[in-house]
Design a protein around this ligand. Sequence first.
Ligand SMILES: *Cc1c(COP(=O)(O)O)cnc(C)c1O
Length: 217
Amino acid sequence: MGLHEIRDRIARAEAAAGRDAGSVQLIAVSKVQPTERVQAVLREGHRLFGENYVQEAAGKWPAWRAEFPDVAVHMIGPLQTNKAKQAVELFEAIHTLDRPSLADKLARLAQARGTSPDLFIQVNTGVEPQKAGVLPDNLDDFVAMARGLDLPVVGLMCIPPEEEAPAQHFAMLAEMAARNGLPGLSMGMSGDFEGAIAAGATHVRVGSAIFGARAYV
Ligand SMILES: *Cc1c(COP(=O)(O)O)cnc(C)c1O
């Protein structure tokens, strides 16, 4: 596949859904991909990337940012509270705000720095015990709490259960975002981003369909 095919498919999905061209942002998920593959996509002009691990991102993006100053990197993996400080220095957005202790930490960091990455709240739409995310029943209260801390919450994020049709999860996330007045919807991956766009995704997170299969993870 590759970058150009994915961009074409996004454009077609936008048009099919009656949405404006360019209304969906493509986050190229570069976690654990070989350096050459990421550099190739940078040279093709792509500037928005996603990473899952603070340590890995810290090891590669500072150098690439020096070369490509308009790059933006979003954190899409689980964030430990003790990595939050490093994360707010590394990322333009964090898609995995999922608990009060992390909200408190990010709020303290925002106060101290006078700025914060944009935040998406991760929702565990499938109520899966092993998966991170705020439970659907607690979401409205969590949004209110985060807003009370003056955090820049811009949207919601979900990873649907693997064994279920994703469409109902995308629809649920869109409904919860609308109800809370949140414009951003981070949903859709290599296997299901067109369905996510039909349901209103503003950010799709596509890794293997751009870069090829990951060697691990
Ligand atoms: C790895 C990952 C992706 C990209 O997955 P692909 O199937 O390779 O597109 C998207 N979102 C999250 C949260 C991920 O961890």
